[in-house]
Write a protein that binds this ligand. Structure first.
Ligand SMILES: [Zn+2]
Ligand SMILES: [Zn+2]
Length: 206
């Protein structure tokens, strides 16, 4: 009896082995899982071609360009295809947005791009992102403080990247808070976002 059950058990183990070590990672890789959250990709220092954040680890590539994540990459690709929109049209629209009301709270401008930085961890997983917000300064401060608090609370719980990225993201928020945006003219980031929205509107109407 025992001798007959032996091979069956081994077979079950083999199935489990295949599921855990062969099939699942292959499927996960095909679905593009892990990529945005798993850390430990090769070490490269580059600036995100979309949001200008320095990429310390990981990031996404598109041709020769580097982006901090999938979201930035998609926007960056749109950015590349939007180069045909005339510069003066972009600048005029950026000035209008800048002098308009805040899309978040409705208060009066100046409106510009405020980037906030976030990280969360769960044991061996650490995920971080930068989020550009088009809003007034006080809404920008709120998102930066919110993301700093979020990171301080949820960033640490991963080893080793959570311990490394939590102070980095918190400091980035603090630098953003302290620096603010140039009061004299729309930032290059705002012009980029205007360029993107104009491009996506063009794509939708065509
Ligand atoms: Zn980015
Ligand atoms: Zn606001």
């Amino acid at each position: 009896m025992r001798s007959r059950r032996g091979p069956v058990r081994r077979c079950a183990h083999q199935k489990k082995f295949w599921r855990n070590h062969v099939l699942f990672p292959t499927i996960a890789a095909k679905c593009g899982m892990k990529k945005s959250t798993v850390v430990g990709e090769e070490f490269r220092m580059a600036k995100c071609a979309y949001c200008s954040t320095t990429i310390i680890f990981g990031g996404k590539s598109e041709g020769k360009l580097r982006f901090c994540n999938e979201q930035c990459r998609n926007k960056g690709v749109l950015l590349a295809t939007s180069e045909q929109v005339p510069v003066n049209v972009i600048q005029q629209k950026a000035c209008e947005i800048r002098q308009g009301n805040c899309p978040k709270c409705g208060a009066r401008g100046p409106i510009d791009v405020h980037v906030s930085y976030q990280v969360w961890s769960a044991v061996f997983l650490t995920s971080w992102k930068s989020r550009p917000h088009v809003c007034c300064r006080s809404c920008g401060i709120k998102s930066q403080l919110g993301d700093a608090a979020f990171s301080l609370l949820l960033g640490w719980w991963g080893f080793p990247w959570g311990l490394i990225f939590t102070p980095i993201q918190v400091v980035r928020n603090m630098v953003g808070l302290a620096r603010g945006v140039d009061p004299s003219k729309p930032s290059a980031q705002l012009e980029k976002i205007v360029r993107l929205t104009t491009a996506s509107q063009l794509i939708q109407t065509n």
